[in-house]
Ligand binder design. Structure first.
Ligand code: LMR
Length: 394
């Protein structure tokens, strides 16, 4: 049996991590995988996480199982953080999952159980693991236009034209904020238009929110999502704590199902718990517990929010510095979109050859579609990148 296995396609983001590691040059810049790095190049453990870990070590008396859907203190804390009371609590079912990817996987399985014929609509482009998991599950998917390659902004006309073909019972996957890989985001009026459309045709939004707090702030980043859930009868939300709590390897996420009425919530909740049991039984607890401790403690929460805001402003500062440097070198405003984009990523619109040139000549690693992780930069490497972009002829 085992000798019949084929080599599997490698994930291009993870492959890039390997290639970067193997590059012997000292002057190399990693703008690949979406991990925050401070100006010293370190992905720090956030202060509030350290404090919570210390408290947990002192007070935790058991490692016995929690509930199948995770600890309610975590799922409810995350519900409040993401939804901010946008819908009544009694309509929200939630289960802890191994990271945001686990939440996406469980959401897709739930869709498959409930409506096997559903088409899942993905933005073109999207995070490569979205189509990969959908294909693995044997589900149907289609793409909607999202990014205008010339302006590097959202192609909203194209998006709505493609979404006109969505059918009742289909699922439309949206990025809650900080679109990965482009950095271009819907404004609130555009969210309103999409919400009205999905509501009219009876399609369900699946919102992937992995970067809340990295764009315009914790509340502002959830505004579109909250408008959406207020406008449609039902929704699925996959939220990640990897980035905003900096606990990538702890695998901490949550899947929320917003039921059309309070009578339907128990069945959604039961299905989320069932899916956890089938796939991995109990979800990981350590990261989830730290998050719930932080969210329940005013001082810890304030400290976490302050550090998250510093992270956000650092990335924004790098965006502004890079846009200004490129304006200076190119003598034009054509890179102004970098300061308009939000979150960790920007797709800068370089060709695969230009991306390869930047890697070969300047040791700059970005994903082949020219997605760069802003947080991989610092004030010293911004001019190096700007020079590489211009030299490569972008
Ligand atoms: C990314 O897009 O770089 C992150 O979400 C990490 C990953 O797993 O791909």
């Amino acid at each position: 049996m085992l000798e019949d296995l084929q080599e599997q396609p490698k994930d291009k983001i993870l492959m890039l991590m390997e290639e970067y590691k193997a590059d012997p040059r000292e002057q190399k810049v990693d703008l690949g995988v979406g991990v925050y790095r401070n100006p010293e190049g370190v992905t720090p453990v956030m202060r509030a996480i350290k404090t919570a870990e210390r408290q947990l070590w002192e007070t935790e008396t058991t490692k016995a199982y929690t509930g199948l859907a995770g600890d309610p203190a975590f799922t409810m804390g995350m519900r409040d953080l993401v939804l901010g009371g946008a819908v009544e609590d009694a309509r929200v079912a939630a289960a802890a999952t191994p990271g945001g990817t686990g939440a996406i996987r469980q959401a897709l399985e739930l869709i498959k159980m409930s409506n096997p014929g559903a088409t899942v609509w993905l933005s073109n482009p999207t995070w490569p693991n979205h189509p990969s998991i959908i294909k693995y599950l044997g589900m149907t998917m289609r793409e909607y236009r999202y990014f205008d390659e010339d302006s590097r902004a959202v192609d909203f006309g194209g998006m709505m034209a493609d979404l006109a073909e969505v059918k009742a019972g289909d699922v439309v996957l949206l990025h809650g904020c900080c679109h990965n890989p482009t950095g271009a985001n819907l404004n609130i009026e555009e969210w309103r238009t999409v919400a009205g459309h999905l509501s009219k045709i009876g399609a369900t939004p699946l919102i992937d929110i992995a970067y809340q707090g990295f764009g315009d702030g914790l509340e502002a980043d959830a505004e579109g999502l909250r408008l959406m859930v207020r406008s449609v009868p039902e929704a699925l939300i996959a939220a990640s704590c990897s980035k905003n709590f900096g606990i990538y390897r702890e695998r901490t996420g949550v899947l929320m199902g917003i039921a059309p009425n309070t009578g339907a919530t128990a069945a959604v909740q039961g299905t989320l718990a069932f899916l956890n049991r089938q796939n991995y039984s109990f979800p990981p607890d350590h990261g989830a517990r730290l998050v719930s401790m932080i969210l329940a403690d005013d001082a810890l929460k304030a400290d976490w929010m302050a550090e998250l805001e510093d992270v956000r402003l650092t990335m924004l500062g790098l965006r502004e510095q890079l846009a200004a440097e490129l304006q200076r070198l190119s003598g034009s405003d054509r890179f102004g979109f970098i300061a308009q984009h939000r979150g960790m990523f920007s797709r800068i619109g370089a060709t695969p050859d230009q991306v390869a040139t930047m890697r070969n000549d300047h040791g700059i690693y970005m994903v082949g579609d020219s997605r760069m992780n802003i947080a991989g930069l610092n004030q010293t490497t911004v001019p190096v990148l700007a020079r590489a972009i211009i030299d490569a002829g972008v």
